[in-house]
Design a protein around this ligand. Structure first.
Ligand code: PEP
Length: 259
C-alpha cells in the first residue's frame, strides 16, 4: 500500500487572506506523516500565494478544475498548461461541475487528457445520483463515466490517474457535512472494486492495480477511520469537513493510524 491520500476540496470558500490564515492554523496542529499525502485544493486564485506559503514536503496543491485548451479566447477559464508546475493534481468531473455547470462527458475526457499532457495528475470524480442509485444503476454509471473519462489515455497514462468515487447524493452542501448521509464503507469498497474492474477491462490488470481510488461524500473526523479500513481505498476526498482544522487533523490522524 502506498501513501494514503487526503484531498481537501475547499470549493468556493476562503478569500486569499482567509486561506493563508487557515493553513497557518492547520500547520500548527497537523503533522507531516510519511504514510499520508495531504493535498489542498483551494480556489484557483489562492494557488499561487499558497504555493509560496506552504512547505511542499508537507502539502501538495490541486486545482478544482481546469480547461483543456492550452490558451486562447476562453474567457474565465484556467488551462492545464497555465497550472503546470503549480499543482500536482486537478479534480476533474466533480459532481458540482457535472450537475451545476453541466459539464459533458466530452469536456471531462478532454480535461483528463489535458491534465496528463501537462504533467498534472487527474482526480477523476465519478458517482451516481440518488435516482440512479434507487434504480440500481450505480455500476452502470461508474462504468460509463470511467470508460468515457479515460478514453483518450494509454494504459501507462491511465496508471497515474486517481479516481474518486463520490456518490452525488452523499456530497454535503458544506456546513452540513456532519449530519449529511454518506455511503457506507461497504458501498465504497464495492464501488472501488467496480472501478478497478472497469479499468482492468480497458487497460489490463497492471493498470487497474496501480490506479488509486478514493472515497468522497460527507467524510469527517468521526467517520474517516471507518472508510480507511477499506483496503480497496487509497484515501479520501473531503469537502465541508476540510474547512475545519480539528476535523482535518482527525482525518489525517486516521490516515496515519491506518497501518
Ligand atoms: C466533495 O465536494 O468532493 C465532497 C466530498 O464534499 P463533502 O465532503 O462536503 O461531502
Amino acid at each position: 500500500m502506498g501513501k494514503t491520500l487526503i484531498i481537501a476540496n475547499w470549493k468556493m470558500n476562503f478569500t486569499v487572506h482567509e486561506a493563508s490564515v487557515f493553513l497557518h492554523k492547520l500547520d500548527k496542529v497537523v503533522q507531516n506523516h510519511r504514510n499520508v499525502e495531504m493535498v489542498i485544493a483551494p480556489t484557483a486564485l489562492c494557488l499561487q500565494p499558497l504555493s509560496i506559503q506552504i512547505d511542499h514536503a508537507k502539502y501538495k496543491l490541486a486545482a478544482q478544475n481546469l480547461y483543456w485548451r492550452d490558451e486562447g479566447a476562453f474567457t474565465g477559464e484556467v488551462s492545464a498548461h497555465q497550472l503546470r508546475g503549480l499543482v500536482k493534481y486537478a479534480l476533474i468531473g466533480h459532481s458540482e461541475r457535472r450537475y451545476v455547470f453541466h459539464e459533458h462527458e466530452k469536456d471531462i475526457r478532454n480535461k483528463v487528457q489535458a491534465a496528463v499532457r501537462n504533467g498534472i495528475i487527474p482526480v477523476l470524480c465519478v458517482g451516481e445520483t440518488a435516482a440512479e442509485r434507487t434504480d440500481g444503476e450505480t455500476d452502470m454509471i461508474i462504468h460509463n463515466q470511467i470508460v468515457s473519462g479515460l478514453a483518450n489515455l494509454t494504459a501507462d497514462e491511465a496508471k497515474t490517474v486517481v479516481v474518486a468515487y463520490e456518490p452525488v447524493w452523499a456530497i454535503s452542501k458544506g456546513k452540513d457535512f456532519a449530519g449529511h448521509a454518506s455511503a457506507t464503507p461497504g458501498d465504497a469498497a464495492k464501488a472501488a472494486r467496480s472501478i478497478r474492474r472497469q479499468i482492468q477491462h480497458l487497460f489490463g490488470r497492471e493498470t487497474a492495480q496501480e490506479v488509486r481510488v478514493l472515497y468522497g461524500g460527507s467524510v469527517n473526523g468521526s467517520n474517516s477511520a471507518g472508510f480507511l479500513t477499506v483496503t480497496e481505498l487509497d484515501g479520501l476526498l473531503v469537502g465541508g469537513a476540510s474547512l475545519h482544522v480539528d476535523e482535518f487533523s482527525k482525518m489525517v490522524k486516521s490516515a496515519h493510524d491506518r497501518r
